[in-house]
Design a protein around this ligand. Sequence first.
Ligand code: TEU
Length: 642
Amino acid sequence: MISMQSRVRDIYAHPIGRDVLDKILMQMGRSSKWITNPFVGSLRLSTLKKFLGSTLGDDFFDTFIALLNSEPDKPRTDRVADKPSWWKEAVFYQIYPISFQDSNGDGLGDLQGIIQRLDILQDLGIDALWLCPVYDSPLDDNGYDIRNYRKIHQQFGSLEDMDELIAAVHARGMRIIMDLVVNHSSDEHPFFLEALKDPNSPKRDYYFIRQGKEDGSPPNNWKSFFSGPAWKKLDDKTYALHLFSSKQMDFNWDSPAFRKEVAGLVRWWLERGIDGFRLDVINYISKQPGLPDGNRFIGDLMEYTGIEHYFYGPKLHAYLHELRQKAFEPYGAFSVGETPGIGLQMGKLLTQDHRQELDLIFNFDHLETPGHVRFDDYLYDLNFLKHYYLDYSKALTGHEWLSLYLENHDNPRMSSKVNPDPSLRDPLSKLLITILLLLKGTPFLFQGQELGRGNQAFTCLDEFRDVESLNKYQALLDEGKSEEEALAVLLTGSRDHSRIVMAWDDSLHGGFSSAQPWIKQDDLYKEVNVDAQRDNPDSIWRFTQDLIRLRKSIAGFAYSDIHFFEEGRKDYFCWERRIKAESSPSQKAGHSGQVIHVAMNLSAEGKDFPTLQKADAQLAICNYPHKAVTTFFEPYEVRIWQ
Ligand code: TEU
């Protein structure tokens, strides 16, 4: 057990302690060498408290020790062969339905529109779709505020349309997973309405409805991810918890009756034929009993006061294991959890196959470089991404697997974070897609990434749609920022950058709709669209298709070993995938000894790098036209040898 007498090295040897210390150092932009040197390692927590107690706050150490002692387990470290699974071999494609394809001329994407575009996704080489929420919702958070889990929002279509989509996906040999948002529901969900109406209703226990403090203030100091307190005032003394918008009410997973409801709705959708779920902020579902105040130091550092009391709660593993046993396992369904704040060790405890909890998680630690948050205006250094994936790949044991993604509906476009120069968008986009498709793990492409879509030039507040952005703008003004300063922050980090509508051709609105789209669309669609790129062998879309075809052409590729070269050489990222002679049972006989060698220049300047591929290797794919290949790499140049 961890106590105040424990030394820093004891903390760092604990899976949660390691992740938390690594996270704190990363947020502070510091190296882990601060922790691993013998002197610091020998310090007891009691000594640290003497020096840092006033900065960290008295509750810091008690909370920290309780968090570590809440986790008795350690991940397995023995190495085993990868267990074949379809989701380890698949290339996933995330669809943000409202912005994908409109079929009925209302300016809003819908299910029939997705059906219309399935052949193109199949041609690209996509194996599985992840659909962001299409359930009935007031759309306060674009569908992440669900009002009826068994009904499709009328703007997207009907349950019959959903059944048609599932059948159409399966008819093409593809799979489909949906977004499961069960950390919270809409405040218009019947459960919440019943809880409000009748204080004695059993549904009251499905939520966190609590008395405020004596002075009438909220029950604790927790902050919402969408600005302001995480408590909605219901009447003069009562509040309801919402970690996100004030229309997204957190569920109380400590209620067995509620957990039974969730298992039932998961089975209901699996009965309809979907292949699994992406589980929204699923690591937040277990809150610390008593909902204690958050530590100020942690709140300032992590931006959200109270997060230490729910990002890895005491019953998280128990609830995930129960849900898997009662709902996913009987159908062999796939699960990928969205787990903000979860580090490498915690991720292993959530996904190692003997744990029977989640199959995969989406980590967040690579989305910003150390010391930065999404709304900071900075250039993302790809050397950080290289070392993040290097370290993660080398830590894999065969008991768990790695998800590979760089973009989704919650983040600006990665190419714009790295280098907004449009003249380098093509090679840079191809470099980023190569990282996703040729490292070892399951790649998740986000709609538009295959086109090299960068951020959009929003010009005024009215063009933004995202509740997080609109709340943040007002919060910035309340802090005294000018309108220009607040708009500049939104332009840097708004989730709306990734929510612009897909461009299919150069017709009006890019072929997305015959009507004005629900969100601003810049003129880039006239040249950045699927039609233009499918016909151009040098396009990003074709480059993506070529890489996926390369993966599929090699049986056992997904399970092939990965070896890195020149790990310490700045701006140079080089690895090999070495395909074993015997391939996995789920694939045809493998190619013995085949090697895919990848080398890339992570910088915007041309540089000389060693060429380490085998003498007889052929240059299979490159993002620059070359007659002869030298040691000089162009900016963001990628070379793939076979
Ligand atoms: O995101 C939650 C989440 O933690 C990050 O996306 C990020 O913290 C969030 O954007 C606030 O900064 C999931 C969904 O992906 C997101 O679209 C929803 O808004 C959110 O949960 C609430 O359901």
